[in-house]
Design a protein around this ligand. Structure first.
Ligand SMILES: NC(=O)c1ccc[n+]([C@@H]2O[C@H](COP(=O)([O-])OP(=O)(O)OC[C@H]3O[C@@H](n4cnc5c(N)ncnc54)[C@H](O)[C@@H]3O)[C@@H](O)[C@H]2O)c1
Length: 368
């Protein structure tokens, strides 16, 4: 492993003892019942506690429900004999990195920080100001936790809205992409979101459940989150229904047909397939007796439920031998013009390119 004096990766918790600041950024997944799974945070704390020293700042960056820093971390530190705000300091600062985004380098993304007490907040501000261009302090660690969940719930709910609008437009015989572009010309009060085959990744589908769970403990039902989840989790099935209709129009069934899924990563230009709707669609098609191939320039192999697929090359023969190509991820380094020209049917759930006059007829290049 290559190391420098500025960055020394290690799995040895004892190495944290001399540090002034300890940042915890471990996974915060969901349990099978969609409840928060804080096992990684708890394990990291258990391993960290024996190595803490006086005056250190502990900053949690894992996305989690409002109250985690105050109600889970602080008591554990205090049980270990620390007096938070006096001889040990504690805060929360949400991680806001956007994987695959070259336009927003990390240091330019404002850093929200909250502390469990005034001294902790001052330390949080000083620490993050050394790495970020702008630090935005809030009055508590809980407010910082909630800010992150607001951001991701906002995205989740707006994607659900546009996914529903896409279904409405289809029933109305309208092109949702045209409608979005038209609405997007309004210079105020509107923000463009785009429909797709469902939501994926380890943040947008997961984080709102952290908030909904916390609210349930307060006897409050997070209705917008519930509705948005229903709409978004239905999208893979909606895509399969639309594909079934397209095949039906050609006198074919899913059973016995061969499909190429183009893009299995949950979003463009990344290799991450966690929670990707493409995996659901692949399994749904397979369960209906279809043969499913995939191509993804970022994902050479894919294992779901102990079955492994290899990305097939995007060659003309492959495109000609499938019954349809299903575009599920809008990676930039794919020759979509060739796909549209060579495949017998393309169902594009991402609007990867505008329609051209040289395109095959609209019933061969269909968009969500
Ligand atoms: N990656 C992102 O784009 C992103 C963006 C916003 C928020 N987040 C949040 O940040 C947190 C971490 O996400 P991630 O994508 O980095 O997860 P990840 O799974 O990619 O990485 C987490 C790291 O934690 C390490 N780890 C697990 N248990 C540990 C322990 N007990 N001690 C030390 N290290 C341990 C793992 O080895 C791994 O290297 C999550 O809460 C996530 O929601 C991530």
């Amino acid at each position: 492993m290559r190391t420098s004096s500025r960055f020394v990766p290690t799995t040895d918790y004892a190495a944290l003892h001399p540090c002034d600041v300890v940042v915890i950024a471990v996974p915060t997944p969901l349990s099978k019942t969609k409840d928060p799974d804080l096992r990684y945070i708890e394990a990291a704390l258990d391993q960290l506690i024996p190595h803490l020293r006086e005056g250190q700042l502990v900053s949690l960056e894992s996305t989690t429900y409002p109250g985690t820093t105050e109600e889970v971390i602080r008591p554990r530190l205090e049980q270990a004999g620390w007096r938070v705000g006096e001889n040990l300091f504690l805060g929360f600062s949400p991680e806001r990195i956007n994987p695959g985004d070259r336009k927003h380098p990390v240091r330019t993304i404002p850093k929200v920080v909250g502390g469990t007490d005034p001294v902790s907040l001052e330390l949080m501000k000083a620490f993050y100001a050394s790495a970020f261009e702008r630090v935005h302090p809030v009055s508590s660690a809980t407010a910082a936790e909630m800010a992150k969940l607001l951001e991701n719930t906002f995205r989740n709910v707006n994607i659900a809205l546009i996914n529903e609008v896409a279904q409405m437009c289809h029933l109305l015989g309208l092109d949702v992409w045209e409608v979005i572009e038209a609405a997007g010309t309004k210079p105020f009060g509107f923000m463009k979101f785009y429909p797709g085959p469902g939501i994926g990744g380890h943040c947008i589908p997961v984080d709102p459940h952290y908030l909904a769970w916390k609210m349930k403990t307060l006897n409050y039902s997070a209705r917008m989150i519930q509705t948005a989840t229903e709409i978004n989790t239905h999208m893979p099935r909606y895509v399969v229904i639309r594909l079934t209709e397209l095949m039906n129009d050609r006198g074919k069934s899913l059973k016995g047909s061969r499909f190429l899924i183009l893009g299995v990563a949950y979003k463009k230009n990344v290799s991450d397939t966690r929670e990707s709707p493409a995996l659901d669609i692949l399994l749904l098609l397979q369960a209906r007796g279809a043969e499913v191939l995939y191509h993804d320039p970022y994902v050479p192999h894919l294992t779901i439920q102990e079955q492994t697929w290899n990305s097939v090359p995007l060659e003309d023969e492959v495109l000609a031998q499938v019954d349809a190509v299903l575009i599920l991820t809008d990676h930039e380094n794919v020759d979509y013009d060739r796909v549209v020209q060579k495949a017998p049917l393309v169902f594009d759930t991402r609007n990867v390119r505008p329609r051209l006059s040289s395109d095959p007829p609209p019933d061969r290049y269909v968009r969500l």
